[in-house]
Design a protein. Structure first.
Length: 249
């Protein structure tokens, strides 16, 4: 069942999203060659605590960390670690913030030092794909319109769209209905209505879309070990169009 949110609930989630966005902007300064994702993990936990919030994913289904930190070929759910990042790496930092009981969710992929032109293009296309999905997020459209816009654009640029992990509703818990695939056919799926709040979070790969799971039960990587990028926003469907609750601008 899709739970529609009230204006008050959406405003509370927007405040949570603003805090999450400010955390992303602050941690971006830490992502340099020689830094570790464990340092980023500690920074995020401290930042949220200082601002009266908490990392909602810590403890979720046994997950132990405030962030997911996925490096290079890791698609999602990478564990923070103490090995140093190198120039040419990319790292996706994903977090869910609980601020006064309101949740928000956003991931961002960062370049470490100098990356290749092809990696720059992967990041650019992935971010553009996110916003093409958001453009379709208007009342009256369907979930399939979002995925179709993302898939058509990303594949047209020579990249692939991950199938195993998708966007999702968010509200009282991290994962709610509806499911939001980043691929599919237009005019299919649930009709978008005012009050829906969900994530759009395309994971775009340089090679195959296929994923392999790690033994830790969480992390997934590309089957061909080529790079994967992800950008994610939490959005609300309003009478004035999509409202990005985790906007960094």
């Amino acid at each position: 069942m899709i739970v529609l949110k009230s204006e008050r609930e959406i405003q509370a989630m927007h405040e949570s999203g603003k805090l999450l966005a400010s955390c992303h902007k602050a941690l971006s300064k830490l992502i340099v060659p020689g830094a570790t994702t464990w340092e980023i993990e500690e920074f995020v936990e401290d930042y949220l605590k200082k601002h009266g919030a908490k990392p909602e994913q810590k403890g979720y289904k046994g997950y132990e960390y405030a962030t997911c930190a996925s490096i290079n070929e890791e698609i999602c759910h990478g564990f923070p670690r103490k090995s140093a990042l190198k120039s040419g790496d990319i790292v996706t930092i994903d977090m869910v913030v609980n601020y006064n009981g309101a949740l928000s969710d956003s991931a961002w992929t960062y370049s470490v030092g100098k990356v290749t032109k092809e990696t720059e293009r992967l990041l650019h296309v992935t971010k553009e794909a996110l916003y093409k999905g958001i453009e379709q997020s208007v009342a009256g459209n369907r979930i399939g319109d979002i995925g179709h816009a993302i898939q058509t654009y990303a594949e047209g640029e020579g990249f692939s769209v991950v199938r195993d992990f998708i966007g999702h509703g968010i509200g009282a818990s991290i994962h709610e209905s509806p499911e939001v695939p980043h691929y599919g056919l237009p005019n299919k799926g649930a009709r978008l209505k005012e009050g829906m709040v969900f994530t759009i979070e395309p994971m775009i790969n340089a090679g195959t879309y296929k994923a392999v799971r790690h033994a830790n039960g969480w992390t997934a990587s590309t089957a061909d070990n080529k790079y994967s990028a992800q950008y994610e926003h939490t959005i609300a469907i309003t009478k004035n169009g999509p409202l990005i609750l985790t906007d960094q601008d």
